[in-house]
Design a binder for this molecule. Structure first.
Ligand SMILES: Cc1cc2nc3c(=O)[nH]c(=O)nc-3n(C[C@H](O)[C@H](O)[C@H](O)COP(=O)(O)OP(=O)(O)OC[C@H]3O[C@@H](n4cnc5c(N)ncnc54)[C@H](O)[C@@H]3O)c2cc1C
Length: 282
């Protein structure tokens, strides 16, 4: 284990797949579903992208053999999107094919805006063959209501989140009340016309808003899910499950945890305090 991993321990299940599988089991035992993600992004070496594909294939076997309630999220820049689009498409289709054979769902995480269109292009290219694939839409992006309209039309499964990358005001809403408003309006589009949408947020205002909308639109609680990140609001995750909501936890693992860890610190000052407190305690 790397010397600094203790810093990220709250947000990252471990540096090895074995450590992550232990976490998946204990979350499953508590009635929570999981999305497994091997950390890694911005890969510029084919060897690394191919290693990621190999590891994802091992994960698919482990999920099936271990009867884990888990699916997988991948970042396309981890699979070579910044090397070559066709190469990345090929890598992703190897994962999707193996996942389809094992009846496992694969989510394409959404990265910063230079990758938005290319991620959606690859998704649309493969979606006809692989209905076990879904994407993520970021409420803060101005383009998102249109993207949702198209995705709903083809029956694609969407995870809606606020968006965790810094974007310019030409491309994205900047103020929290506006981002929340966009989230709830897109959530309504998804509840009305989407297929098993996922609402990824720790924000009570949004969780209550989505819950109220689902009740008003008479969408049963097993027709959508909430998603939260590993290590954030663990007590509340179980409470939501006890209230009858489907709750899926995003569990990242691996040695390349720094960019993910940095995004978590940037999002919320309480996360920085948490890390600093642990640093002092050591
Ligand atoms: C499962 C999952 C998958 C994601 N996938 C992507 C992706 O593919 N692409 C992407 O760009 N982003 C992704 N994100 C990140 C997302 O875009 C946001 O950056 C992140 O979730 C922070 O926004 P928030 O709505 O959760 O709450 P924030 O905006 O961080 O906080 C808003 C309010 O929520 C409450 N709150 C938040 N955290 C806590 C806490 N720990 N304890 C108590 N109250 C809290 C507080 O009231 C707070 O004021 C994902 C998030 C999740 C949960």
């Amino acid at each position: 284990m790397s010397r600094l991993f203790f810093l990220a321990r709250r947000f990252v299940a471990g540096e090895s797949l074995e450590a992550a599988v232990d976490v998946v089991r204990s979350l499953n035992d508590a009635g929570l579903d999981v999305t497994l993600n091997m950390l890694g992004e911005g890969t510029l070496e084919r060897e690394k992208a191919e290693d990621a594909v190999r590891q994802y294939l091992v994960m698919l076997d482990l999920i099936r053999e271990g009867a884990l309630q888990a699916n997988i999220s991948v970042k396309l820049t981890h699979l070579g999107l910044d090397i070559d689009e066709a190469y990345c498409t090929d890598n992703l289709s190897r994962i999707l094919e193996a996942a389809k054979e094992r009846d496992i769902f694969i989510r394409l995480d959404m990265e910063g805006s230079p990758h938005t269109q290319r991620t959606l292009d690859i998704f649309y290219t493969l979606y006809d063959r692989y209905r076990n694939a879904g994407v993520v839409i970021q409420a803060m992006l101005l383009r998102s209501p249109h993207d949702i309209f198209v995705l709903n039309k083809i029956g694609a499964r969407v995870r809606l989140c606020k968006g965790s990358y810094r974007e310019s005001s030409e491309l994205a809403l900047q103020r929290m009340p506006n981002i929340r408003g966009a989230f709830l309006s897109i959530a309504e589009q998804l509840l009305k016309d989407g297929r098993f949408p996922a609402f990824a947020t720790h924000d009570d205002y949004l969780i209550e808003g989505v819950t109220r909308n689902a009740e008003r639109l008479e969408v049963p609680r097993d027709q959508f899910e909430f998603q939260m990140l590993y290590g954030l609001r663990p007590g509340f995750q179980k409470e939501m499950r006890a209230r009858g909501f489907r709750m899926r936890i995003y569990v990242p693992f691996g040695t390349e945890w720094m960019p993910y860890f940095y995004r978590r610190l940037r999002e919320r000052k309480e996360n920085v305090w948490f890390v600093l407190r642990n640093l002092v305690r050591r």
